[in-house]
Design a protein around this ligand. Structure first.
Ligand SMILES: [Zn+2]
Ligand SMILES: [Zn+2]
Ligand SMILES: [Zn+2]
Ligand SMILES: [Zn+2]
Length: 732
């Protein structure tokens, strides 16, 4: 096996070597396949552990450490920029350029050296001069959190440290005063606290536009802690665990607000977003706070850095490059999943016993869970069929992660082989990190750790969700979704798939996900999300193939069983006004047919008054058009209720699928709006609607859907738009 320059084996190399050895030697291949089809995770791990390649594997550190020489050079350069003459009028741009160099120096510098102190202090000063007080405060906070013990090796160093600290204290006071002055002049009721830390935190929030996280609509569920009582957890053999509406649910209703049990960041987002809360670091008033150990990851504040370090980053920092190293582009997504599996293990296996502890100890419960390596699906199903089950379903409770579907016995043995090799590699990485922290690991610790990594990798494969932010695309002037990372949401994982879903997910700060109803969901109907393939884009065959390969089920949603085709037919069929059943009475036929009065429902045989329906539909479509016209004029308040009325009519009188219903759905699936770290027009409007109306969600949803359709998906939805119309609908 080839080695990196530090002498480390890459995960990919290791995987290839072990994989080839197993599949090319007959008794081994069969033995592994048997363990795989019986779902014996422990057996799979133990079989591989005995192989010489695996036994000899000792992954060393693999990360981009600090480089003081480089830091010093960068710091020098930042001083030179200042020294050279700057054209008048160009000072602002020059300051920003200098700040960027200082940031680079700060990331390269060891936190216990003078360059770090200098670069941090200098950046704070410059932020202050640029009137970016919030940024300045974040740098001060970072400085004031540095422990004196970093510098106490010489009296001169201590003096230097104390001096820089003093400067930052002074800047902090100045900034707080400025910000509070601004706040009170805006009649925001600025706080008059005298302690520096509380004024600091209040000022920090001022500088940041934080979108409020919604709460669930209605009374919270007493056991499903992330849901309202309008949904219920059910279980049956065919569908497994799933969520069902206990009453009629209106579009826009918030059905789940879930926290991630664990999360990860994709490689391209590492320099762009905070590792901990995923806030964007590209805004003018944001600063990048470095990890004290590596150059790779960034944080939005000292608070995020500290939290991340205590809960997971200290266990991954020195092996961080293994999760992302040397992989071709198409496997990039997968590599963020390696980090996700690793973190899921770390946060549970090493949870601090109390808040005073900053370093975890091995959690004995965790090892008990993974001692056998067997799934507990049988026990779970029993628990949820019993209607008297009183177990609370909390997304931060490890049991909910442990109960996630893994398909361990159903997947191809080779897929399990790859995951087992990865799991062993990850467990070896963790062991090597722990040994440096004086946490003793024996072989009895190693196997359950590898088993846990394997179970998490399997669960992630069919349960992980992406964390998304919206980015303003300069060329198209449209907000486009972009993936930041992955996460495990155990409540959202209870929702089954449909190629025509009735809910949509949105990412919020701190990895929180919000699930809203897209359409009317009747009492007793299942809540259905889309796992990827939707019927607008892929054919039934492709959808079913994708779903089978990844999730091992044959999709039986309406779109699949009735084989809905796209583009949708122009014809729309009415529901029977008496029994609400589907009819073969269509809009077009009503126009053409002479025997309008003779149309009868095939089910209840009642006569359908086509003329009346036709008139009502025309009127309803007029409402949509007039709503669109109102929105062109910026009159959203009057437009949204009209859209809602139209949606209500469509739901009541037209059978699925139909273009009108569809217009209200499609782009929601594609565009996960709302969370927008920039001052997003869309989210701003939605928040406004929320505020103005109690039932704002409904209107918000309708508005959004329509807006998105008009901008992005008019073509796909077969809505004709003039250039002018399309232009008017872009961000105003
Ligand atoms: Zn953060
Ligand atoms: Zn680090
Ligand atoms: Zn389907
Ligand atoms: Zn009928």
């Amino acid at each position: 096996m080839s080695q990196t320059k530090k002498g480390n084996v890459l995960l990919d190399e290791f995987r290839r070597a072990v994989y080839d050895e197993i599949v090319s030697q007959e008794p081994l291949a069969t033995r592994f396949a048997k363990l795989s089809t019986s779902g014996d995770r422990r057996g799979m791990v133990e079989m591989l552990v005995e192989m010489p390649h695996v036994e000899g594997l000792k992954p060393g550190d693999s990360y981009q450490g600090k480089n003081d020489a480089q830091a010093a050079r960068l710091y020098e350069r930042s001083l030179q920029v200042t020294a050279t003459e700057v054209e008048p009028g160009d000072e602002h741009a020059e300051e920003i350029r200098t700040c960027n160099i200082l940031t680079k120096a700060l990331f390269a510098a060891g936190a216990n050296g003078r360059v770090f102190l200098n670069a941090l202090c200098e950046r704070a000063r410059r932020s202050y001069r640029l009137r970016a007080y919030a940024s300045c405060l974040r740098d001060c906070e970072c400085m004031l959190a540095l422990p004196a013990s970093f510098y106490d090796d010489s009296a001169e160093n201590v003096r230097y440290f104390v001096q820089r600290r003093k400067e930052c204290l002074q800047l902090e006071r100045e900034c707080s005063r400025k910000l509070e002055g601004n706040a009170s002049s805006r009649k925001r009721g600025g706080r008059t606290s005298s302690t520096s830390s509380s004024s600091l935190s209040s000022s920090l929030t001022l500088g940041k536009r934080v979108a409020a996280t919604p709460v669930v609509d209605g009374k919270p569920h007493d056991r499903l802690t992330s849901c309202p009582d309008s949904v219920e957890l059910r279980f049956d053999e065919a569908r497994g665990r799933h969520l069902v509406a206990t009453r009629d649910i209106r579009p826009g209703a918030v059905l789940i607000v879930d926290r991630p049990f664990s999360f990860s960041t994709d490689a391209p987002a590492l320099g762009r977003n905070c590792l901990h809360c995923h806030a964007t670091l590209k805004l003018e008033d944001s600063v990048k706070i470095p990890c004290r150990n590596c150059q790779t990851v960034s944080f939005c504040t000292e608070t995020c850095r500290k939290k991340a370090w205590e809960t997971y980053h200290q266990y991954e920092c020195s092996v961080f490059d293994y999760f992302f190293e040397n992989v071709s582009n198409d496997r990039r997504q997968q590599t963020s999943y390696l980090l996700l599996a690793y973190r899921t293990t770390v946060v549970q296996a090493l949870s601090p016993r109390n808040s005073a502890e900053t370093r975890g100890v091995l959690n004995p419960d965790f090892f008990r869970y993974h001692a056998s390596g067997k799934s507990i699906d049988e026990n779970v199903s029993e628990e949820y069929t019993k209607s008297g089950s009183r177990q609370t379903y909390n997304p931060l409770d490890y049991r909910t992660v442990f109960q996630l579907e893994t398909h361990c016995a159903d997947v191809e043995p080779n897929a399990n082989l790859i995951r087992t090799i990865q799991a062993i590699f990850l467990a070896k990485c963790l062991i090597s990190v722990l040994s440096k922290l004086d946490i003793v690991c024996t072989k009895d610790t190693f196997v359950p750790l590898a088993v846990a990594m394997l179970q998490h990798l399997q669960a992630i494969n069919c349960n992980a969700y992406e964390i998304v932010e919206n980015v303003h695309e300069e060329t198209t002037r449209v907000w486009e979704p972009r993936n930041i990372g992955g996460a495990i949401y155990t409540t959202v994982s209870l929702v089954n798939h449909s190629c025509y879903p009735n809910v949509v997910r949105h990412s919020y700060p701190n990895g929180i996900v919000v699930v809203r109803a897209l359409r009317f969901i009747g009492k007793g109907c299942e809540i259905l999300d889309c796992y990827g393939p939707q019927f607008l884009i892929e054919s039934r065959l492709t959808r079913r193939e994708l779903l089978w390969k990844k999730y091992r089920f044959l999709c039986g949603c309406d779109a699949c069983t009735q084989d809905w085709k796209f583009p949708l037919p122009e014809t729309m069929y009415y529901k029977c006004t008496a029994c609400s059943g589907p009819t073969d009475v269509s809009r077009i036929s009503a126009n053409v047919s002479q025997n309008v009065a003779d149309q009868r429902c095939t089910r209840c045989k009642k006569i359908i008054d086509l003329k009346k329906l036709e008139k009502q539909l025309r009127k309803s479509i007029q409402k949509r058009l007039s709503a669109v016209a109102k929105m062109y004029q910026g009159n959203y308040r009057d437009a949204i209720p009209l859209l809602f009325e139209h949606a209500h009519f469509v739901n009541k009188h037209l059978t699925e699928p139909n273009i009108e219903a569809f217009c209200l759905l499609h782009s929601f699936v594609k565009r996960r709006d709302v969370y927008n770290p920039h001052k997003g027009i869309l989210s701003a409007i939605l928040e406004k609607i929320y505020k103005h109306r109690k039932t704002g969600n409904v209107y918000g949803t309708m508005f959004f859907t329509l807006k998105c359709i008009i901008i992005n998906n008019a073509r796909q939805c077969k809505i004709r738009l003039s250039d002018e119309e399309a232009y008017n609908f872009r961000d105003k």
